[in-house]
Design a protein around this ligand. Structure first.
Ligand code: CA
Length: 241
């Protein structure tokens, strides 16, 4: 078995399925396809799948009902494909247990972005999700401590109280000290729905992050602004302002 995350696409329209499989393969996933909910459930029972892309309108039943069946035995992430906005209310209802959704028509790029975001968020065990952040370099180890499992970050020994977006933003920066990230890169790395966010959302979170870092270590200002470009984390040992 190679390390590519296996994605099960349950979708009855072959043309849509083809497009999805191609897009997922291009992004480094190992997609599989089945056209009915029953077949999908059978595959889930026997194969190690990282995430399910589940059409709501299937020939042998509703994707909602299949999701409920899946939830009875597994916490595997489920991304719904819905044909109508009117189905959205149900997708968003907590009782279904889906992790995200896309309304048709959507672009293949949107789908792969969502799949990656859901896998990152759910931290599916044993799956190598393409994440922009690299392992922390040894030199920065005493400066920053990242606990990915608990979503915590410490700066110079002081634990930071971070919201989930602040954690994700800072995690990206800490992973590559010195590298300048554009707002767009930060959004796509940290947000589940990058296209729904605005540049100033990144700015707002950077602002609160800076305030928290200042509260933890008053004389440090580790996040640098690059006018017209974006943000970076000051490299360890580099002089402060
Ligand atoms: Ca369908």
């Amino acid at each position: 078995m190679d390390g590519r995350p296996r994605i099960l696409v349950i979708e009855d329209e072959p043309a849509i399925a083809d497009t999805l499989l191609y897009a997922l393969r291009t992004e480094g996933f190992a997609p599989e396809w089945c056209g009915t909910g029953r077949e999908g459930l059978a595959r889930l029972a026997t194969e190690k799948i990282a995430l399910v892309v589940l059409d709501v309108g299937l020939p042998d039943g509703s994707g909602f009902d299949f999701c409920k069946e899946i939830r009875q035995r597994s916490a595997i992430p489920v991304l719904f494909l819905t044909a109508r906005n009117s189905e959205l209310d149900r997708v968003l209802g907590l009782e279904i247990g889906g992790d995200d959704y896309l309304v048709k028509p959507f672009s293949p790029r949107e789908l792969t972005a969502r799949v990656k975001a859901v896998l990152r968020r759910t931290g599916t065990a044993g799956v190598a999700v393409p994440v922009p952040a690299a392992p922390l370099p040894a030199a920065a180890d005493t400066e920053w401590r990242v606990d990915d499992e608990r979503c915590r970050i410490s700066f110079r020994g002081r634990a930071l109280e971070l919201t989930r977006y602040e954690f994700r933003l800072l995690r990206v920066l800490v992973g590559r000290p010195g590298r300048v990230f554009t707002r767009e890169q930060l959004m796509s790395a940290a947000w589940e729905e990058p296209e729904a966010s605005l540049d100033r959302t990144v700015d707002a979170h950077i602002k609160t992050l800076r305030a928290k870092l200042r509260a933890a270590v008053p004389d440090a200002d580790p996040i640098q602004t690059h006018r017209g470009l974006g943000y970076s984390l000051r490299e360890a040992g580099a002089a402060g302002p």
